[in-house]
Design a protein around this ligand. Structure first.
Ligand code: PLP
Ligand code: TYF
Length: 400
């Protein structure tokens, strides 16, 4: 009976890493998955995480199940990190926070909540967006459509298109927004543009749904990167926000994140939380404890918290340095007069090169540079030493 099951296609992002592993060329470069690497292109465990790990080991904590909603100390600090400790919505207990299986699992919980309590409501996602968004809403049976976001002509934001599409969406739609460091484009709205986006969402009674997977990683500051979310919340809007600690604490495999639903009253928040728990229970029962303890311990200790912020700045700084070096290499090597300044304007882990599929194939087949076929490269996987080589590959592929 299993004979009838057909082969699933490889994941467009994670499949890249599999192809990379199978290549034996000495110059090969994996710019596919968004995971931070050191200048030596090795995975990086934050020192502050190692310290927190050691403390946890010394404390000898047990391995009992967490409650369905996760570790209380984690849920408290994660909401505070996102909204700000003094945010009235926290004091007024208007936020339903549930620990999720990192960003992905938290998004999936929210999708299930939408499917159950807003039947027929549509989620609007940016074009393009992180590939997994479509999978998540498809699997949760939530209808979605796209709003314009990226303008290939300017290699920037199609702000007018974005606003027009959000306006045209059926009233009460969920508008999925990347809190900072948009994946895959690296293009974020300006503060002024964010205000206009909030105006339109408010006018149309839409609900903003933030996916914030890079808080602290875009600018190096946790507060700066949460400004978009906090601006919507300050307007008194109901907001959904999915958080991830994969990138900013390098806790990828620990699967630690949270879903937050900002409600109009503490009573509504309590009801929403109860329903999120009801959704989580038959899916996975309760979340893993280790990452939650690490986050709670780091944020709850002022020395460790300071250290985390410094390491985040260091990681964000390394990516910025690589950006500059890549831009310099492209500009000095390319004689065609092409404007490469988009590399500098984009923020976060990624650069959206504008390379089309055939050009991406050239990057991989001829130059052994592994990347997703949408033209995205992860600068977090690039070293200063490899910038010149990458610039050669990009220039050759562009003019191919
Ligand atoms: N959302 C976006 C936009 C992302 O880029 C990512 C990771 O790359 C995630 C969510 C979720 O990642 P994780 O499930 O590891 O937290
Ligand atoms: O590179 C990206 O955009 C992500 C990375 O469980 C990723 O897809 C990889 C595995 C995972 C979640 C995110």
């Amino acid at each position: 009976r299993f004979e009838g099951i057909t082969m699933a296609p490889p994941d467009p992002i994670l499949g890249v890493s599999e192809a990379f592993k199978a290549d034996n060329h000495e110059l090969k470069l994996n710019l596919g998955v968004g995971a931070y690497r050191t200048e030596e292109l090795q995975p990086y465990v934050l020192d502050v995480v190692k310290k927190a790990d050691k403390l946890l080991l010394e404390k000898g904590e047990n391995r009992e199940y967490l409650p369905i909603e996760g570790l209380a100390a984690f849920n408290k600090v994660t909401a505070e990190l996102l909204f700000g400790v003094d945010n009235p919505v926290i004091r007024q207990q208007r936020v339903a926070t549930v620990q999720g299986l990192s960003g992905t699992g938290s998004l999936r919980l929210a999708a299930a909540l939408i499917e159950r309590y807003f039947p027929g409501a549509k989620v609007l996602i940016s074009s393009p967006t992180w590939g997994n968004h479509k999978n998540i809403f498809n699997d949760a049976r939530v209808p979605w459509s796209e709003y314009r976001y990226y303008d290939p002509k300017t290699v920037g934001l199609d702000f007018e298109g974005m606003i027009a599409d959000i306006k045209a969406a059926p009233e009460g739609s969920f508008i999925l927004l990347h809190g900072c460091a948009h994946n895959p484009t690296g293009i974020d709205p300006t503060p002024e543009e964010w205000r206009v986006i909030a105006d339109v969402i408010q006018e149309k009674n839409h609900i903003p749904f933030f996916d914030i997977a890079y808080q602290g990683f875009a600018s190096g500051s946790l507060d700066t990167d949460a400004a978009s979310v906090r601006m919507f919340v300050a307007r008194g809007m109901e907001v959904i926000a999915a958080q991830s600690y994969s990138k900013n604490l390098g806790l990828y495999a620990e699967r630690i994140g949270a879903i937050n639903v900002v409600c109009s009253s503490p009573e509504a928040a309590a009801r929403v939380k109860s329903q999120l728990k009801r959704i989580a229970r038959p899916m996975y029962s309760n979340p893993p404890v280790h990452g939650a303890r690490i986050v709670a311990n780091i944020v709850g200790d002022s020395a460790l918290f300071k250290e985390w912020n410094a390491e985040m700045e260091m990681m964000a700084g390394r990516i910025k340095n690589v950006r500059h070096k890549l831009f310099d290499s492209l500009s000095s090597k390319d004689k065609s007069g092409k404007d490469w300044s988009f590399v500098l304007k984009q923020i976060g882990m990624f650069s959206f090169t504008g390379l089309n599929k055939a050009q991406c194939d050239n990057m991989t087949n001829k130059w052994h540079v592994y990347m997703t076929k949408d033209g995205r490269i992860s600068l977090a996987g690039l070293s200063l030493a490899k910038c010149e080589y990458l610039a050669d590959a990009i220039i050759d592929s562009y003019h191919n």
